[in-house]
Design a protein around this ligand. Structure first.
Ligand SMILES: Cc1ncc(C[n+]2csc(CCOP(=O)(O)OP(=O)(O)O)c2C)c(N)n1
Ligand SMILES: [Mg+2]
Length: 481
């Protein structure tokens, strides 16, 4: 920050890239606004700087060792992020607006609304680095996606049996990014919960980059009606995470904040926040009238030029781009959108689920196929039960627990009826046994059980590769019909 006095020095190419992100974001929203009046899309307009912000995180992150970025976000700007960051094709999005999208290999969730859907892609950066990007699907329930994303990152970073997925021991290769609305960030109890988890050894993932789209309104409510402090990020003070408050109308400052945030996260492995101060150009979801509840605010917003206009003007004044260049860029995006719209109307655009790719390839829905043999030999269950009731020699067990373990042992040996809690540990124990059979055989005094006739589920890579998902249905409860 000091060497540049907090003023980033960007090359003309970098500045033009920022401009092109803003133009694409704005033109896309305006196109949807003119074609699909009354359809909800939760426009990003007013907060378009989110796009160059995310673009910078990905580009800079790749240079700092990130191979995957896992994103979680709510409704606001999601469709724009899906197409301009995750590379979801315009054709697919427009056919969702047209209602013509055909279901292809899509799995669960393909009937959901377009601003809840996830997507993933392999992005190649300007420097030629490959980064896998994924946007997690999310429910309407604000902020609920946070622990899902953090758990996904934890799993991706984790050591899986004898396979190492990304071997991310420094937490640098998989980076979580959570995007929040400012009202939800302070309003939802799950936010302090995930912030405190970030400090616990057992949940450590090397920090999350939080972006608050601070449009200063939550549906119809102003900040003073929804929180006790002017800054939505104040809840993050509990974990002493650095916060960058930045003006969404100054995209270069936004890019600077994004660079700092990514560099901080990769170096110090802690949570960091970007508070993106902006506004919301339309109502909450374009079908409501914001002037009913916020007439003064919306009078100002209506007269306020967009970030794209402001930045285009600035670059033209500084000779970085020509006076008509923004309009030309807009024309190109519109052309691409018109072509995509024709395709969406005239051709069959197939929804290809972007999930269950890569290492999950081969997993499909089980459907009605209940043929899998998942039975486990009773000998295995006996061993699992015995093992679960075992304590190391010299280990002092609480007297109450000692009684419980003794009963569990009797259940495992068939000397006592099995109760619910006792039975619950058997399936997971059987799965673990299957994975670590040899190690267990070596440690168990009586030797391991016979492997013959045992069938159990395994989530190991080998198991997935050799067995498609449809051979696993017994793990689900039978239907009640
Ligand atoms: C847990 C929960 N409470 C309430 C809602 C209803 N709701 C949807 S959006 C919204 C306003 C959110 O405001 P903010 O977080 O500032 O996001 P913005 O729409 O301004 O981007 C509310 C209350 C919800 N979806 N989930
Ligand atoms: Mg808001």
């Amino acid at each position: 920050m000091e060497p540049v006095l907090n003023r980033p020095v960007l090359s003309p190419d970098q500045r033009r890239r920022i401009l092109s992100r803003l133009v694409a974001a704005e033109t896309f929203e305006r196109f949807l606004h003119s074609k699909y009046i009354g359809q909800k899309r939760f426009s990003v307009e007013g907060g378009e700087a989110l796009l160059p912000l995310l673009d910078t995180l990905v580009e800079d992150g790749a240079g700092l060792g990130a191979e995957e970025v896992v994103i979680g976000m709510a409704h606001r700007g999601r469709i724009n992020v899906l197409t301009h960051i995750l590379h979801k094709p315009y054709e697919m999005i427009l056919s969702e607006f047209e209602g013509t999208l055909e279901r292809g290999n899509a799995g669960e969730g393909d009937g959901d609304v377009k601003y809840h859907k996830g997507f993933s892609c392999d992005h190649v950066t300007v420097q030629g680095r490959r980064v896998h990007l994924s946007l997690s699907s999310n429910p309407s329930h604000l902020e609920q996606v946070n622990p899902i994303v953090l758990g996904t990152v934890y799993a991706k970073q984790a050591y899986l049996k004898d396979q190492i997925y990304l071997k991310d021991m420094d937490y640098n290769r998989v980076v979580p990014v959570l995007i929040h609305g400012e009202a939800a960030f302070t309003g939802q109890g799950i936010v302090p919960e995930i912030l405190s988890l970030s400090q616990l050894e057992g949940y450590r993932i090397g920090g999350t980059i939080h972006i608050i789209i601070n449009n200063q309104v939550g549906f119809t409510s102003t900040p003073n009606q929804t929180r006790f402090t002017p800054y939505p990020t104040d809840v993050a003070k509990m974990v002493r995470a650095p916060v960058f408050h930045v003006n969404g109308d100054d995209p270069e400052a936004v890019v600077h904040a994004a660079r700092l945030a990514m560099a901080f996260r990769q170096e110090f492995k802690g949570d960091v926040l970007i508070d993106l101060w902006c506004y919301r150009r339309h109502g909450h979801n374009e079908t409501d009238e914001p002037t009913f509840t916020q007439p003064v605010m919306y009078r100002e917003i209506e007269a306020h030029p967009s970030a794209c206009e402001l930045y285009g003007r600035r670059l033209a004044e500084e000779g970085v781009c020509g006076p008509t260049e923004v309009e030309e860029m807009r024309g190109q995006v519109r052309q691409r959108l018109e072509a995509a719209l024709s395709a969406a109307r005239e051709e069959h655009v197939l929804h290809q689920a972007s999930t269950l790719g890569g290492r999950w390839k081969g997993l499909t829905r089980a459907g009605d196929d209940w043929s899998a043999r998942t039975a486990v030999a009773s000998e295995v269950l006996r061993r699992v039960g015995e093992r679960a009731a075992w304590t190391p020699p010299g280990f002092k067990v609480h007297p109450k627990l000692r009684r419980l373990l003794a009963v569990r042992l009797q259940m495992a040996q068939g000397r006592q009826p099995v109760d619910w809690a006792g039975a619950e540990c058997w399936p997971s124990g059987a799965c673990c046994w299957r994975r670590s059979r040899s190690a267990w055989q070596a440690r168990t005094p009586s030797g391991g059980p016979s492997a013959s006739g045992t069938r159990c589920c395994t989530t190991s890579r080998r198991g997935i590769a050799s067995r498609p998902w449809r051979t696993w249905p017994r793990t689900r409860p039978p239907s009640r019909s």
